[in-house]
Design a protein around this ligand. Structure first.
Ligand code: URA
Length: 435
């Protein structure tokens, strides 16, 4: 086969055969196909799309381009969760101990933050000593002893996707639904779980700005998962405004601990409850998602989830002192309040801009190599629908110096829009997709 012919075929919108796609993915992985031919092919896909059969084949070939985790040593049904990303999204942090305390083995591989969205691994590393670079054996051992563990994504999972994603990122070909679906699902399938619950975010702070595009992406990922024999469903969730009140690495761990103490914000706890309920049902821990939601609430009120978080932090080498004394996570040197110059009801709070403010404070990355400051971030006092008086505090900036705090304060002011009339807050759960 020749790469030239595959590009020509896709340029004309002709469907590729399974053998052609497998040959392409092998060439991406062993680097026998050069960057310029891969990127020309990606651009052809961007304009002509992939058929469903091509998308499935691409996903499975990328899954098989590296290791596929063998989780057979884990006791119980392994249920994974994936979010397409957002600002203030600490759902995985809260779910880990809750689900583990309910008896569901949580085998979670997570990523680092890039751009205006945060990553679970960066957040956990703000806990002193917490190790996310676990070997596969250590990882499975902790899951079997404590019920759950989180580690960084294994570098040998789906290496073809790694190369394709980097090339898509530098050639403006990321935002094509079949490429996104195959990229995410190749890694999820390689991570080895029996069942998967997807959180496909939509709105200003999400990949998918439009809810209908989010539904299309969710539905395609669900169909890919089902054709691979997995139990899978997706929720479309709102990411127009940040989730919860805190954005920034250690601040999000702080808010997660508050959530485990029963003091979590309503929007965060709604996503935790709905996703977690579906995960418990897939895991066979309960018969219905509603029953699962009750178990989640009970695990928080009884204190079992909080105790489990301490246990997992300790098993992963971290200092659990933050669980008993979460204030130790809130210690940025400069703290400045942002006061409102307007009066009214909050009608918009742009998640992308709030995330960008935290990135500018040093809490996020432009490039993978950037070092982040775990202590900086933003605490929101007002969210959509809240009334604000002139001079009232909108938010609090946690910064490493005054100059950065002033820049972030300007960004946060601009993230807010106000209305004279009262504004209704919508449910953070927008839709459910199971086929
Ligand atoms: N996340 C991924 O892993 N892949 C994409 O293509 C987009 C988001």
């Amino acid at each position: 086969m020749k790469m030239y012919d595959l590009i020509e075929k896709k340029k004309r919108g002709t469907e590729l055969t399974p053998e052609e796609i497998q040959w392409f993915v092998r060439g991406v992985t062993d680097e026998s196909i050069p960057d310029e031919q891969i990127t020309a092919f990606l651009m052809a896909v961007y304009f002509k799309g992939l058929t469903e059969a091509e998308t499935f084949e691409l996903t499975f070939a990328m899954r098989d381009s590296g290791d596929v985790m063998d989780l057979s040593a884990v006791k119980g049904v392994c249920v994974d969760k994936h979010s397409t990303g957002g600002v203030g999204d600490k759902v995985s942090l809260v779910l880990l101990p809750i689900l583990a305390s309910c008896g569901l083995p949580v085998v979670k591989m997570s990523g680092r933050g890039l751009g205006h969205t945060g990553g679970t691994i960066d957040k956990l590393e703000s806990i002193s000593g917490f190790r996310t670079d676990l070997s596969e054996d250590e990882f499975i051992d902790i899951v079997n002893r404590c019920g759950g563990a989180i580690c960084g994504a294994n570098k040998s999972l789906a290496p073809a996707d790694k190369r394709l994603y980097a090339l898509r990122d530098s050639t403006a070909t990321v935002d094509e639904i079949s490429l996104i679906a195959s990229s995410i699902m190749s890694k999820k399938l390689a991570a080895g779980a029996d069942a998967i619950v997807l959180d496909v975010t939509t709105g200003d702070g999400a990949f998918m700005k439009d809810a209908d595009d989010a539904r299309k992406l969710a539905s395609l990922m669900v169909r890919i998962g089902k054709s691979a024999g997995k139990d899978i469903c997706a929720y479309i969730t709102d990411m127009d405004e940040p989730l919860g009140f805190y954005i920034g690495n250690s601040l999000e761990v702080y808010e997660s601990i508050l959530a485990l103490c029963g003091k979590g914000p309503e929007d965060l706890m709604r996503v935790v409850s709905v996703l977690g309920g579906a995960m418990l049902r897939f895991g066979g821990i309960c018969a219905t998602a509603n029953e699962g939601e009750k178990m989640i609430s009970e695990s928080v009120t009884s204190g079992k989830a909080l105790d489990k978080f301490k246990e997992i932090i300790t098993a992963q080498g971290g200092d659990p002192a933050c669980v008993s004394d979460p204030e130790i996570l809130v210690k940025a040197p400069v703290v400045v309040d942002v006061v409102s110059e307007k009066e009214g009801y909050v009608s918009r709070l742009l998640a992308s801009q709030a995330g960008h403010a935290v990135k500018c404070l040093g809490g996020g990355r432009d490039k993978k190599e950037d070092i982040i400051d775990p202590l900086v971030g933003v605490q929101l006092f007002k969210k959509i629908g809240d009334h604000v008086s002139l001079g009232e505090a909108l938010a609090r900036i946690y910064a490493s110096d005054e100059a950065q705090a002033a820049l972030a304060a300007d960004e946060i002011k601009e993230a807010y829009e106000f209305s004279d009339k009262s504004v209704i807050r919508h449910d953070v759960i927008i839709d459910y997709v199971e086929d």
